[in-house]
Ligand binder design. Structure first.
Ligand SMILES: NC(=O)c1ccc[n+]([C@@H]2O[C@H](COP(=O)([O-])OP(=O)(O)OC[C@H]3O[C@@H](n4cnc5c(N)ncnc54)[C@H](O)[C@@H]3O)[C@@H](O)[C@H]2O)c1
Length: 384
C-alpha cells in the first residue's frame, strides 16, 4: 500500500513510518516541525537529541535498504495539502500531525487558539484535499480517550444506543473533554464524521490512551533511528515522566489523590493498532471509532507500579501527592471498552516490570541530561 504518515517527525509518527516501511509498504512522511519549534519556545527538549527527519530517513535506507520519502508539509497550508494529496494519492493516511499536549493548550488564549487552529483547520484542509484528490483513501486519525471524559457509565466505542421516550437510536457517544486540546480532537471527530456521511469518505478515529515507552523493534536498529522522549510537565506523558523521576531520585508527582483513572498502551501497541486499522479499512462513507488502549490504571496505581519495579533494582522511589493543577475528578467510575481492536487481533503487551526496566535502563543512559526544573506542573487549568 501507499501510506502517508502525517506528523512523521513525532514520537509516534517516526516509529510508525519505519514499521510500515519494513513491511514493504511505500511510505511518505510529512511534518511541519511545529513540535520542534514549540519545544524551543517553551525551553523544553526530548531527553535525547533526535536527528532531523531527513537524516533518519537516510539512516533507515542505509540500515534496511528501504525508502521513507520525506515531504515537509504544513497541514495548515491548504494549497500545500491539496498538492501533496494530488501528487501521491495515498491508499491510507495516518494522521498524527497535531499539537498533542493538554497543558500546552491550557496556558492561555494564544496557545489554546494555536492548538485548535492547527489541529482543527489542519484536519479540515486534509478532508477537503482528500475529497478532491483521493476520496477512496482511508483516513486513520489519532484522537484521544480524553474526548469522552469520565462519565458515570461504561464508555462505548464512539456510539451508544439510547432509548428515549419510547424510541431508540444509535448516536455519537457524549463527549466531555478535559482541555482545549481534547476539545480540538472532538471538533476533528465531528468534522470527519460529517465528511464521511456527506462525501462518502472512509475513516477510522482511533481514540488513543496515554502512550508510554522508549523503543520499538526498529528504533533499536541504529542509534540514530530513535524517537523523541518527553518527560516534562507540558509534553511528557505520565508514565514516561514517572520513570524519569524514579531514575533521577525525584519524587513521583501524583496530582492530588491520584484516583484519576486513564487508559494506557505501550508504543509498540500503538503501531500494532494503527496497522490493524490500516489493513482492515473502513467502508466507503463509514466513520468508524476504535478505543485504542490496552489497560486502565489510576495515576496512583502507576506510581506504585513504578516504585515496586524500581525497588527490585535497589532504587528507593518516593511518591508525593502535590496539588492538582487540573480540573478533573480524583475519584470516579471508569470503564471504557476496547473490543474492536481486540476482535481484529490485537494481542496486548501489558505493563510489566520488563517494560518498566527497559525504560528505566534507557533513561539511565541519559540521566545527566535530565532537567530537574521541568517536572513539576506549571500550567493551571484555572487561572483566577
Ligand atoms: N503520545 C500520546 O500519549 C498520545 C495519546 C493519545 C493521542 N495522541 C495523538 O497522537 C498524535 C501523535 O502524538 P505524538 O505523541 O507523536 O506527538 P508529537 O508532537 O511527537 O508528533 C506530532 C507531530 O506532528 C507535527 N505537526 C503538528 N502540527 C502539524 C501541522 N499542522 N502540519 C504538519 N505537521 C504537524 C509535529 O511537528 C510533530 O512532529 C497526536 O495527534 C496526539 O494528539 C498521542
Amino acid at each position: 500500500m501507499k501510506i502517508m504518515i502525517l506528523g512523521g517527525d513525532g514520537y509516534l509518527g517516526w516509529p510508525t513510518a519505519m514499521h510500515f516501511s519494513k513491511q514493504g509498504h511505500e511510505v511518505i512522511v510529512t511534518d511541519n516541525f511545529l513540535k520542534r519549534r514549540l519545544e524551543m519556545e517553551e525551553g523544553l527538549s526530548s531527553l535525547w537529541p533526535v536527528p532531523h527527519l531527513h537524516r533518519r530517513s537516510k539512516v533507515w535506507k542505509e540500515v534496511t535498504g528501504n525508502d521513507i520519502i520525506v515531504e515537509p508539509n504544513d497541514l495548515r497550508n491548504s494549497r500545500a495539502v491539496y498538492k501533496i494529496m494530488e501528487t501521491y494519492k495515498p491508499d491510507a493516511i495516518v494522521h498524527y500531525a497535531e499539537q498533542p499536549s493538554a497543558p500546552y493548550s491550557m496556558q492561555g488564549l494564544e496557545r489554546a487558539s494555536l492548538t485548535q487552529h492547527n489541529n482543527v483547520i489542519g484536519t479540515l484542509n486534509l478532508l477537503f484535499a482528500m475529497q478532491a484528490h483521493c476520496p477512496e483513501a482511508h483516513l486513520v486519525k489519532l484522537g484521544t480517550m480524553g474526548e469522552y471524559g469520565t462519565p458515570n457509565i461504561d464508555i462505548e466505542e464512539g456510539y451508544i444506543t439510547i432509548d428515549h421516550n419510547g424510541r431508540s437510536d444509535t448516536l455519537p457517544f457524549p463527549k466531555q473533554p478535559f482541555s482545549f486540546y481534547h476539545l480540538s480532537k472532538v471538533h476533528d471527530s465531528n468534522n470527519i464524521m460529517f465528511c464521511c456521511k456527506n462525501w462518502g469518505l472512509r475513516s477510522t478515529d482511533l481514540n488513543q490512551g496515554v502512550v508510554y515507552g522508549v523503543h520499538t523493534d526498529d528504533t533499536k536498529l541504529h542509534p540514530e533511528l530513535g524517537t523523541s522522549f518527553h518527560y516534562d510537565d507540558i509534553f511528557g506523558t505520565v508514565l514516561n515522566r514517572f520513570c524519569v523521576q524514579a531514575v533521577v531520585d525525584h519524587p513521583l508527582t501524583v496530582y492530588g489523590k491520584g484516583g484519576q483513572t486513564r487508559t494506557f498502551l505501550n508504543i509498540r501497541d500503538t503501531l500494532k493498532c494503527v496497522e490493524l486499522a490500516v489493513t482492515n479499512p473502513a467502508d466507503e462513507g463509514e466513520f468508524r471509532v476504535f478505543n485504542q488502549f490496552t489497560e486502565t490504571f489510576s495515576v496512583l496505581q502507576l506510581a506504585e507500579i513504578v516504585k515496586d519495579a524500581c525497588s527490585g533494582h535497589g532504587i528507593d522511589v518516593k511518591v508525593d501527592h502535590i496539588p492538582n493543577p487540573r480540573i478533573e475528578k480524583e475519584e470516579h467510575y471508569y470503564n471504557p471498552k476496547n473490543d474492536k481492536l481486540l476482535a481484529l487481533g490485537l494481542y496486548p503487551l501489558l505493563l510489566s516490570d520488563v517494560l518498566i526496566n527497559e525504560m528505566v535502563s534507557e533513561i539511565g543512559t541519559a540521566k545527566d541530561q535530565v532537567d530537574h526544573g521541568v517536572m513539576l506542573p506549571r500550567v493551571k487549568w484555572r487561572h483566577h
